[in-house]
Design a protein around this ligand. Structure first.
Ligand code: 1CP
Length: 320
């Protein structure tokens, strides 16, 4: 789904009655939203209903979701010394509601449907903290990492210490796989990625309970997909700015790949969707290890019938 709850009627009905944050903190409602979406779409897996940014609250930051501006983070970091103000996070204590949501969702999902837990990758979380919300330019985060490398390191280490137990807690609660979202990492150059983001993503992925599949998600990673894959992950997610077959060659056949339909296509006709899906499946050549997915979240105005049709056609075209 990925913020796509917004295009599902049942989700909008629940949201008419409760705020997004209250919804995220209600394990019963989270389970209901996730299970309804999986069943309605006929998807092969379900993703936990939660959000990347919830972990910012126990770090000591203010978090609000606004109608027009999206997430707004307050009390953030301007000066290097601000990093010391952030708390150490004990997810068992402060994010227990997420673990309860995992348990409830696992309980209500069909047993053969895997449940994917998730967290934000250190770079993307740091970007939200430094920018105070969404950004087009990511100037503040890039300026901070260039000019304050030691405070940057301190911030990223603190985030790693929060994210690792958070993901492991989700696994203990019943998540079958986890996805690490580095949604904004595409704003970095390959050199910046290697220096300022890769070491911390690697640290998180290496800290995840052995034997659990990790989907490493990023967008705009085409220029440095080899480095992105090197940070770790059982499966590397790619967006539509790269060809799936070429990306897979660059990542190496030892890893799985996820992707990479352009979410915009879902606003077009069913026949256009079929053509685009067929092209991707052809590039995957039926090789094991391909998870068909969009390269990014579903756009808010997407007709649900188009998403259902996509799931059906992918099943039909890839059946053996
Ligand atoms: O009802 C509403 O208006 C809230 C919309 C919404 C929803 C449904 C937000 C706010 N988050 C979510 C849920 C969510 N977010 C899920 C659960 C599954 C689902 O419903 O789809 C997941 C996996 C996310 C992950 C997430 N949150 C990402 C990564 C997504 C990606 O594809 O890269 C990001 C960047 C966020 C931050 C966030 N939370 C919400 C919004 C609108 C955003 C993005 C805002 C921005 O542009 O910065």
């Amino acid at each position: 789904m990925r913020q796509a709850g917004r295009y599902i009627k049942e989700y909008r009905e629940i949201r008419a009655k409760v705020s997004f944050l209250d919804l995220c903190k209600d394990p019963n409602l989270c389970a209901e939203v996730a299970v309804t979406a999986q069943e309605k779409l006929g998807a092969d897996a379900a993703i936990l209903f939660s959000d990347l940014l919830l972990i910012l609250e126990p770090l000591g930051l203010g978090l609000q979701y606004t109608e027009n501006k999206g997430p707004v983070i307050t009390g953030g970091i301007t000066f290097p010394k601000d990093v010391d103000r952030l708390f150490e996070v004990d997810p068992e204590e402060s994010l227990d509601y997420v673990f309860k949501a995992v348990k409830k969702t696992r309980k209500h999902l069909a047993p053969e449907i895997p449940l994917i837990g998730f967290a934000g990758a250190p770079f993307t979380l740091a970007a939200y903290i430094l920018e105070g919300g969404s950004s087009r330019t990511f100037l503040k985060v890039r300026q901070f990492m260039h000019t304050e490398p030691s405070a940057w390191h301190g911030l990223m280490e603190k985030i790693c210490r929060a994210v690792i137990p958070y993901l492991n807690g989700q696994i203990r609660a019943g998540a079958d796989a986890v996805q690490l979202f580095d949604s904004w990492v595409g704003c970095l150059s390959p050199e910046e990625y290697r220096t300022y983001a890769l070491p911390y993503s690697r640290e998180v992925i290496e800290g995840i309970k052995k034997g659990t599949s990790v989907i490493h998600f990023g967008t705009g990673t085409g220029p440095f997909i080899e480095d992105f894959a090197e940070a770790g992950g059982t499966v590397i997610s790619v967006d539509h700015h790269v060809r799936l077959d070429q990306a897979w060659d660059r990542i190496g056949s030892g890893k799985g790949i996820q992707g990479n339909l352009d979410p915009e296509i879902l606003l077009e006709s069913v026949s256009a969707i079929r053509r685009a899906a067929k092209k991707i499946l052809k590039q995957a050549e039926g090789r094991p290890g391909h998870i068909f997915n969009l390269g990014h979240g579903v756009l808010p105005k997407t007709p649900i019938d188009h998403v259902i049709a996509l799931v059906e056609m992918v099943h039909e075209m890839s059946s053996r």
